[in-house]
Design a protein around this ligand. Structure first.
Ligand SMILES: NC(=O)c1ccc[n+]([C@@H]2O[C@H](COP(=O)([O-])OP(=O)(O)OC[C@H]3O[C@@H](n4cnc5c(N)ncnc54)[C@H](O)[C@@H]3O)[C@@H](O)[C@H]2O)c1
Length: 430
């Protein structure tokens, strides 16, 4: 029955949580023809979305438009919309507090679903989490409905993998991993996702799907830590880390290049591996050593970069105290406005604590909280650049005119190799 409704795209879909992940998914579901309701507890966010205003950062505007233009999408704060849905997707936050996973949002959303669950439904968890969450946490909560998983309703896990701002790989051409609590759950979840994406990869369990996502993020974390530590060692040895990584990357197999920088930021890389580190400590009673080392190395990078900016000023005969430092790019990566966990914020905070007069300019992030205060982006004028003792390029947005910046700056600290090898004499690289 549900199989037929999915194939004909008449199945009704509810997406619980309308953040970056939930809005993107709801729009993709609408675009291919399913009637879909985006549900969120945040009334202001729902108000905007219902009026066609995309106030959720990072969502691809053309995907949002396409989802709306398809005419199948509604947004609501009314949780009762869950009752009418054949397929229910849970896309709520999974933050970390004091190095411990906070699954309260997943628990609450699961309870909301349980109160409105009826037989024959397919429930899909997409939030990033540690292995066992779907089977050991979500399933028992859903079964408080009196319905039994695998018999009365189906449950599967499929991690969201999309990368905000990535123009090449979006929801449609990034394979979806699916693992269900039963073959039927896996099969139906696969059928559903096949309507949205080009390729679905099936794994044997929810746990395998949950861990696959954490492995991806841990892989990035560890490799970024490797190249960050390499950058600090290269500096001590007088070797150019960028030249070394570019040379290594010419090997056509067995090497993947990662770039050093001021640390890791965003909603995924700094946080998700903490779920795994916590779980290994809890269940196996020991550390996930390479991961915890990587967390430590990456967490120290803002301090290292702030110190290197201080060194560059010192070489120019200026103390950090009272130096005017203009930071370019506070978002955690180029061409997005997301400042969550951004290492640039910590770099600014450390420099301010050392007495520097810090300003920032970012075309994508107009405001950023630093040391308990909200700082506002300065206009990137020639005067602003010339009056700075050091311009610190921390996130190389494409909007920056690098030649113009170098022409007018006394000193540039380039934390991302934006200027490349043929940089000017006034540009110092990480
Ligand atoms: N942002 C990313 O790049 C990304 C990528 C892959 C996976 N993820 C994961 O996906 C999940 C969601 O991430 P996000 O970035 O969309 O989060 P978000 O914080 O941007 O949005 C989550 C939304 O859920 C809503 N919400 C919370 N509890 C709710 C409830 N009980 N009922 C209805 N709505 C509720 C919040 O109001 C918020 O609007 C997280 O587990 C995250 O780790 C995020």
């Amino acid at each position: 029955m549900l199989r037929r409704r999915i194939l004909s795209r008449h199945a009704t879909v509810a997406v619980v949580g309308q953040g970056y992940v939930g809005v993107s998914l709801a729009c993709a579901v609408s675009e291919v023809g399913f009637p879909v309701t985006g549900i969120d507890v945040d009334a202001a966010r729902i108000g905007d979305l219902a009026e066609g205003v995309l106030s959720v950062p990072g969502v691809n505007p053309s995907l949002f438009r396409a989802g709306n233009d398809a005419g199948n999408i509604t947004f609501t704060t009314d949780l009762d919309a869950i009752s009418g849905a054949d397929v229910i997707l849970i896309c709520v936050p999974t933050p970390v507090r004091d190095h411990t996973p906070d699954l309260s949002f997943v628990e609450r959303a699961s309870r909301d679903v349980a109160e409105r669950l009826s037989p024959g439904r397919l429930v899909l968890l997409e939030s990033t989490t540690y292995p066992g969450t779907t089977e050991d946490l979500v399933r028992p909560i859903l079964e408080t409905s009196g319905l039994v998983a695998a018999r009365d309703f189906l449950l599967a896990y499929s991690p969201e993998r999309i990368d905000p701002g990535n123009e090449e790989f979006g929801l449609r051409n990034t394979p979806k991993i699916v693992g269900g609590i039963s073959p039927e759950a896996t099969g139906l979840a696969t059928l559903f996702y096949e309507q949205l994406v080009e390729k679905v990869t099936i794994v044997s369990s929810c746990r395998a799907a949950e861990l696959a996502k954490l492995l991806e993020n841990t892989f990035r974390h560890v490799n970024i830590a490797l190249v960050n530590e390499m950058a600090t060692l290269c500096h001590e040895m007088g070797i150019d880390v960028w030249e070394v990584t570019e040379a290594a990357a010419t090997k056509p197999f067995g090497f993947m290049a990662f770039s050093p920088g001021p640390g890791v930021g965003g909603h995924c890389i700094p946080l998700d591996p903490a779920y795994l580190a916590w779980q290994v400590r809890r269940d196996a009673g020991h550390q996930f050593r390479i991961l915890e080392q990587a967390q430590d190395i990456n967490a120290r990078m803002p301090r290292y970069v702030a110190a290197r900016i201080g060194d560059a000023l010192n070489d120019a005969g200026k103390p950090v105290k009272a130096a005017r430092i203009l930071v370019l790019g506070v978002a955690y990566k180029p061409d997005v406005g997301d400042v969550r966990e951004s290492p640039a914020v910590e770099v600014m905070s450390l420099l301010i604590r050392r007495g520097a007069d810090v300003a920032f300019s970012d075309p994508h992030a107009p405001h950023v909280p630093v040391n308990g205060m909200t700082m506002t982006s300065a206009d990137l004028t020639q005067r602003e650049i010339s009056r700075a003792d050091c311009v610190a390029l921390l996130t190389p947005h494409h909007a920056y005119d690098l030649d113009w910046i170098a022409d007018h700056a006394a000193l540039v600290f380039d934390a991302r190799n934006a200027f490349g090898a043929d940089r000017r004499p006034n540009v110092v690289r990480l």
